[in-house]
Design a protein around this ligand. Structure first.
Ligand code: 9G3
Length: 574
């Protein structure tokens, strides 16, 4: 491609609302332009990278036995009413009406559509297993789109859906997709890690997120240095501690203490001169309308997703003031487990506490020297808190580490959440009607591109790993008004094109410095500089973007050298 003809509006200025480096560089490198909040246009350079990611995905999905379909973007409300999700989602689901006043939504995902498609055409076990995928635009009306294409409203997703006759088949489908995702992200040249994740509202029993490590990542990840354990912080498990013995001999008599308007852990700790770890935080939750008391050590943090999953609640929120008064007999800030008449569950962190401080369930009063077993019972101890540095790995007791990650993929075991609701059944070999077992598997295309930049940039701009580079080489004649320089550049350019190398010829009548800066900014891995001095000696310069290393090659050898580098870098990622 000739630079002078390209629609490639690079820029120096950093957009004011671009908080993350990938958004800044995708705009400055002329890859994207914002149309409106959370909605972006891909310009030619950006779209070439999108297509590279899609190509890698298609190759690996096809290799895994999935078949590509293309589903509609517009989805009828009826399907979402069948699955029970039409009223579940709020304004994030963009709903609209057609000319006949019928309800539709712009597809944020396609479980309902694919399940409807399959239930109409799959009737017998002989047609299973089946895995159908698409690369399609999604729309999710995020309340606060940010970070450019990393958290936008309209975005491209590869979403796949597997259908199996039984649990064992579903496990195999999941493993095949898990393996395909490892190949996809490795081939994209990304440093990534699969982590155990919460399945969230999507239902189903199990899921993994594929995380690209980056400081700008929105997700916190816990991983073990010794074993392969890794989990999203939301899900990261904490091992059950050993139960200490000879606790009862230390028990002191319980005392009620007047603590006027002393509510928070900090206030109680200061007023009674006890450490937060000696105080029990009693949180009253509203689980599907029922109150539940959750106890945790004062210096720890409750993980509400763990509480929700533990209680199997569809909806879990902190109780409002009315529920707190009804459940504890006191306003917020004086709740405690002693004498409370709601279910009490406790995090492991208080299992070995002795002579604790808790709320007295009486306004302006707390209790001292409270002990489990004597003063209150705990229905269940569970892992309900947020993992923190210093915790032991739940698998091997090694030390865990915390990093930030960008979720680029998510694979789910769905079970029968949709196939049951929408009656996607088949006849098994005995002619009995059975419900299909589903899995679903997503990759954010634009997010993968942005995550790659978050891992591959320097002060001069993007540094594309070869597999995702929009072009492999840029030929930069230092001065296009030197006939020899231009001739040599055109010959090298033509030779590269002839052997299928993706190459830009920077034929602009610009100063060399401007050309070098642009080449660095857009991140082309290899740059061939053609200058009069070197050319007169029969040489051209080859500069490697990633290392900044420059070498001289005989003009006739440089194409062979470039092809060698491209091949080795592409094989490295395979
Ligand atoms: C909605 C809206 C937003 C959503 C969903 C539904 C996320 C929703 C979860 C998934 C699960 C998987 C197939 C590909 C991989 C991910 N945000 N999810 O279901 F109506 Cl507004 O999309 N779907």
């Amino acid at each position: 491609m000739r630079y002078s003809e390209m629609h490639l509006p690079t820029g120096r200025e950093i957009p004011s609302d671009a908080e993350v480096i990938s958004n800044q560089l995708m705009i400055r490198a002329g890859m994207i332009r914002k149309l409106t909040s959370g909605i972006y246009s891909y310009l030619p350079l950006g779209y070439r990278v999108i297509r590279k990611v899609e190509q890698i995905i298609r190759e690996e999905m096809d290799k895994a036995g999935a078949q590509e379909v293309h589903l509609p973007m517009v989805q009828p409300a009826e399907l979402w009413q069948e699955s029970g999700r039409w009223n579940y989602y709020g304004k994030e689901l963009l709903r609209f009406r057609d000319r006949n006043d019928r309800d539709y939504c712009l597809g944020p995902t396609h479980e309902e559509v694919i399940t409807d498609l399959v239930r109409n055409d799959i009737k017998t076990y002989r047609q299973l297993p089946r895995n159908l995928y698409q690369i399609q635009t999604k729309f999710r009306d995020e309340v606060r789109p940010r970070f450019g294409v990393m958290r936008c409203r309209e975005f491209g997703m590869k979403d796949a859906y597997s259908f199996d006759a039984d649990e064992a088949g579903a496990e195999t489908s999941y493993e095949k997709m898990f393996a395909a995702y490892n190949s996809i992200f490795r081939r994209c040249g990304l440093k990534y890690r699969p982590v155990e994740a919460d399945s969230g509202s999507i239902g189903g029993s199990f899921s993994h997120e594929f995380m690209v490590m980056a400081e700008s990542g929105e997700d916190a990840i816990v991983f073990c240095e010794k074993c392969s354990y890794a989990a999203n912080l939301e899900k990261a498990e904490i091992a059950r501690p050993e139960k200490n013995v000879h606790l009862e001999k230390d028990w002191l008599p319980m005392e009620s203490i007047e603590t006027p308007a002393v509510r928070t852990i900090e206030e109680v700790s200061a007023f009674l001169n006890v450490l937060p770890r000696q105080i029990v935080k009693t949180l009253i939750f509203n689980a599907d309308g029922k109150p539940c008391a959750v106890l945790i050590r004062g210096d720890q943090e409750i993980n509400e997703i763990k509480v929700k999953n533990y209680l199997g609640a569809a909806e879990l929120t902190l109780a409002d003031d009315d529920m707190i008064v009804k459940a504890t007999g006191a306003p917020r800030g004086f709740a405690g487990a002693v004498g409370i008449n709601v279910k009490v569950i406790a995090d492991y962190s208080i299992m070995n506490l002795v002579n604790m401080v808790t709320g007295a369930n009486k306004e302006d009063y707390h209790l001292k020297n409270v002990n489990i077993g004597r003063d209150f019972q705990v229905a269940f101890f569970a892992d309900l808190r947020v993992s923190e540095p210093g915790d032991a790995c739940p698998r091997c007791t090694g030390a865990i580490k915390f990093v930030r990650g960008i979720e680029v993929g998510h694979v789910f075991k769905l079970g029968t959440k949709y196939s049951k609701a929408m009656k996607a059944s088949y006849l098994d070999r005995d002619g009995k009607e059975k419900i299909m077992i589903m899995g679903c598997y997503g990759i954010g295309i634009g997010r993968t591109v942005a995550a790659c930049i978050e891992q591959n940039f320097d002060q001069n701009g993007i540094i594309w790993p070869m597999p995702l580079a929009p072009y492999a080489v840029i030929v930069t004649p230092v001065n296009i008004n030197e006939p020899d320089v231009m001739k040599a550049s055109e010959d090298i350019y033509a030779e590269l094109l002839a052997c299928g190398v993706e190459v830009i010829l920077d034929d602009r009548d610009e100063r060399a410095g401007v050309k070098f800066k642009d080449a660095d900014l857009i991140g082309i891995p290899l740059r061939i500089v053609v200058g009069l001095k070197n050319l007169a000696q029969g040489y051209v310069e080859l500069k490697i973007r990633r290392t900044g290393k420059s070498s001289l090659y005989a003009t006739g050898d440089v194409v062979r050298e470039v092809r060698k580098i491209i091949t080795s870098e592409l094989n490295e990622a395979d």
